[in-house]
Design a protein around this ligand. Structure first.
Ligand code: ADP
Ligand code: MG
Ligand code: ZN
Length: 479
């Protein structure tokens, strides 16, 4: 009998705070892609005699993220030195938080599951080693300190995920909410969000945790999923064949699709953590925390819920429209004063608008159709002036730079005919030229009614209001 294994995952996620300057000096944070070492100063290159000064904005953003993740915020927290030697770390230690992080005990809702957040702490980033990219004279490894001293938060989850899909969903949800509150841009391609995954396996049903492996270098949601799937296979095979999993740090090799051992796991005591004597404790009083709380936008989960109840949207549309703050804002601007047209507006956004934005690979702020115009279109569909087909055509014209919706509808002759007079005349004509269908409809055949509606649409060159035509046909037949 083969044993069935269960995967257990906890993620450590670093997010770069969206400040203008670094965590402890005034160097700008726009160093990604800039010439190496063009965003550095004596402090962030670890020169003797410099003293760190904490960036207040970084603290505010870190607290925003922690509040959005339902954390308990510490009234005071302490910066600690994490000592290790590596060429990208000029001081020989990284300023982080250890025993007293600023936030603990949070949670993040991921679909039906509440994933517990163990802690969040503030820390500075290290520099970046560039291997063998130099000219002949500069061959070897170079160091770029542009990234050194950048403000980060590290968000550590509890080992609550049970599959690679769940871990990927957690990371996506985390990215969404941290972005939503403006704490970080979370552009994973620029390294603004980075993830280490801790994974162990155990026989299904067991309550004990297995020995874990930490996988580094995961820079996309997909990489997290693939690395975990691979690691699950590797660990299962080891245990099935009588081996054991070593606690170690492994590196995900994206090209090869495998993980490989990097080093045996270091322990906390290896780092000789101690409070940084250059920095005072970070004190966060009630007033400071309340101010940040009051400035938080409505969070995605709450907004999604409100979109369901207030506008009667489907789960899908509500989820889609609240996935980005700007998208949700656009929707609400479109339907202001037009509550009844909300579903139609959501529909137009989900189909026409997002399809074009995605095709051009741009965000909602690049939309060529103003929110108020999309709302007006939805209103015209709602009051019967436009068919949904007409709305599509009008949207395309607006996108191409057309006039206001009302003018366009006139110009392009898109308005539906909703006058009973002409509609009745078309219905009579359709009934007399389609006697068989009329008889079938009278005998209760739904499809025959549909055929008659189709005939009227043809007669009207597609301009008749189909809902009214349907009603008038049934009326004429005494149904
Ligand atoms: P360290 O400080 O050494 O990185 P922690 O105990 O703080 O270790 O845990 C780091 C991460 O590893 C957390 O996200 C936690 O959920 C996860 N983790 C801890 N034990 C396990 C385990 N047995 N299996 C999977 N993940 C684990
Ligand atoms: Mg760790
Ligand atoms: Zn600096």
């Amino acid at each position: 009998m083969s044993i069935r294994y269960e995967m257990v995952v906890g993620l450590e996620v670093h997010a770069q705070l969206a400040t203008k300057s670094k965590l402890f000096c005034s160097c700008p944070t726009d160093g990604f892609g800039a010439p190496p070492n063009s965003r550095v100063c004596p402090l962030c290159t670890g020169q003797p005699g410099t003293l760190p000064v904490l960036n207040r904005k970084a603290v505010e953003l870190a607290f925003r993220a922690a509040l959005a993740l339902d954390c308990r915020l510490a009234p005071f927290s302490i910066f600690a030195r994490k000592n290790y030697f590596y060429p990208d770390l000029p001081k020989g230690y990284q300023i982080s938080q250890y025993e007293h992080p600023f936030a603990q005990n949070g949670r993040l809702q991921v679909k039906d599951k509440s994933v517990r957040i163990h802690r969040i702490h503030l820390e500075e980033d290290a520099g970046k080693l560039l291997h063998a990219i130099g000219s002949k004279e500069l061959d070897g490894t170079l160091v770029d300190f542009n990234r050194g001293g950048m403000p980060l938060i590290e968000i550590v989850s509890e080992p609550d995920m049970r599959s690679s899909e769940e871990a990927a969903a957690y990371l996506s949800a985390l990215k969404e909410i941290v972005q939503y509150v403006g704490a970080s841009r979370c552009d994973m391609e620029k390294g603004e969000m980075r993830c280490d995954a801790n994974v162990s396996i155990r026989s299904s049903g067991s309550a004990e945790l297995g020995v874990r492996v930490e996988i580094k270098n995961l820079n996309s949601v997909r990489a997290v999923k693939e690395a975990l799937d691979h690691e699950f296979e590797r660990q299962s095979e080891l245990l099935t064949c009588g081996g054991r999993v070593l606690q170690e740090t492994r590196l995900w090799d994206h090209e090869a699709g495998t993980t490989r051992a990097m080093r045996s796991k270091e322990e906390a005591h290896d780092y000789r953590y101690f409070p940084d004597p250059d920095l005072t404790p970070l004190v966060a009083d009630e007033a400071f925390i309340e101010k940040i709380r009051s400035e938080l936008p409505e969070l995605p989960a709450a907004r999604r819920q409100r979109f369901l109840s207030e506008y009667g949207l489907s789960e899908y549309d509500a989820g889609l429209l609240t996935s980005q703050q700007a998208l949700a804002d656009y929707f609400e601007a479109a339907v202001r004063g037009r509550q009844a047209a909300a579903k139609t507006a959501a529909n137009l956004m989900a189909t026409e608008l997002l399809a074009r934005l995605n095709a051009e690979d741009v965000g909602i702020d690049a939309s060529k159709v103003k929110a108020s115009d999309l709302g007006e279109l939805a209103g015209l569909v709602q009051d019967g002036t436009l068919s949904s087909k007409g709305a599509k055509a009008a949207f395309a014209a607006l996108w191409a730079g057309g006039d206001s919706p009302a003018v366009l509808v006139q110009k392009l002759g898109l308005a539906q005919v909703s006058d009973e007079g002409p509609l009745r005349a078309w219905v009579q004509e359709a009934l007399s030229t389609n006697a068989q269908a009329a008889a079938d409809a009278k005998a209760g055949k739904q499809r025959a009614v549909g055929a008659l509606v189709g005939a009227v649409m043809k007669l009207s060159c597609g301009q008749a209001n189909p809902a009214m035509v349907n009603r008038l046909i049934k009326e004429s037949l005494g149904l």
